[in-house]
Design a protein around this ligand. Sequence first.
Ligand code: NAP
Ligand code: GDP
Length: 355
Amino acid sequence: MSNDISCPRRALISGITGQDGSYLAEFLIKQGYQVHGIVRRTSLFNTDRIDHIYQDPHENNPQVFLHYGDMTDGTGLRRILHKVRPDEIYNLAAQSHVKVSFDQPEYTADTVATGTLRLLEAVRDYMDETGSVVRIYQAGSSEMFGSSLPPQSEVTPFHPRSPYAVSKVAAYWYAVNYREAYGMYIANGILFNHESPRRGETFVTRKITRAATRIKLGLQQKIYLGNLASRRDWGYAGDFVEAMWLMLQQEKPDDYVVATGEAHSVEEFLEAVFAILELNWREYVEIDARYFRPAEVDFLLGDPVKVRNVLGWKPRVNFDDLVRMMVESDLELARQEKTLRDAGHRIVSRGMAIG
Ligand code: NAP
Ligand code: GDP
């Protein structure tokens, strides 16, 4: 850790442009950190979620710095480490979509599993060379539990059901191994599903709130979904990122399940969304086989006793608040789309067919 109190602590976030990365960056800025983020190169800008906190580096006293890098490029990761000299690293970067991982298993393993290994190796060498101490948060997932029966806790065996989940299990064990072998400070968070208005639009919650609000305003007629019976323990991403930070403030590194302790089915999520909009979901939902997975995870329900007792963390936003927050935000987005459409602009519903 930086000893000089005039020097802010430096956090490095891989995946800063993602849902969690954006909330975590906001939170760390409030805690007084200088925040550095790894951004992968894309042909279009991919910084929508963090544009509101990013300042041009030419301006005075910026708090957020972005660095081009990729989890598939170890050399670049090493260079970033030496440049940033972070006190804390949050490894959030991932091909994070379960269904996509069946289509791109090798790439998923490369970013999620081997990418984590590349980062751990880079940090190990960096600490040896500089004598610095770096604390690492590793983003694990409830998907690692897969078909293990609920409620799932830190002692529940893993039984992953997708290339994504298998890769997360590998990353989890790399983290444990580097902790045991080299005494590195690495905490695994095993986070259950967490959502927000910034959730990717091909995850089921956001896919539903986007579609339902567009249906409400006459911009779309139907929504096509897969398995409505699966159950998830859905929380709010803004709450969950605080648990990541708390894990790195403990004397010793450990692993924690982060969850609300309450589960709902996809059908219940649909019910709740369409009820707010005063619509009957059954009139708009079609089942499409392409959205079923080759192997499903039926029931995830976290046991959050440890995170509550040891870290003092509990969620502030409950299921109903989360649904309402997402519906209100997407209704506003749909209103903006409608205004554009009514003004003669062509509105494209992007990527809805994929996830
Ligand atoms: P997300 O919105 O999909 O964000 C993933 C981030 O990783 C994005 O910034 C993405 O960049 C970046 N990324 C993808 N491939 C990369 C690569 N090869 N090199 C560098 N960066 C890359 O995911 P999230 O919901 O914020 O989740 C954060 C982490 O927690 C992920 O590891 C996810 O698997 C894990 N997790 C999420 C949940 C959940 O419910 N949200 C639950 C448990 C675990 P682009 O913006 O350019 O795509
Ligand atoms: P996951 O828990 O990380 O796989 O998060 P998702 O939001 O992608 O999926 C949650 C659950 O919703 C899974 O059991 C999916 O099979 C189910 N689901 C049903 N229809 C869809 C769909 O159209 N898209 C997605 N992404 N999931 C769907």
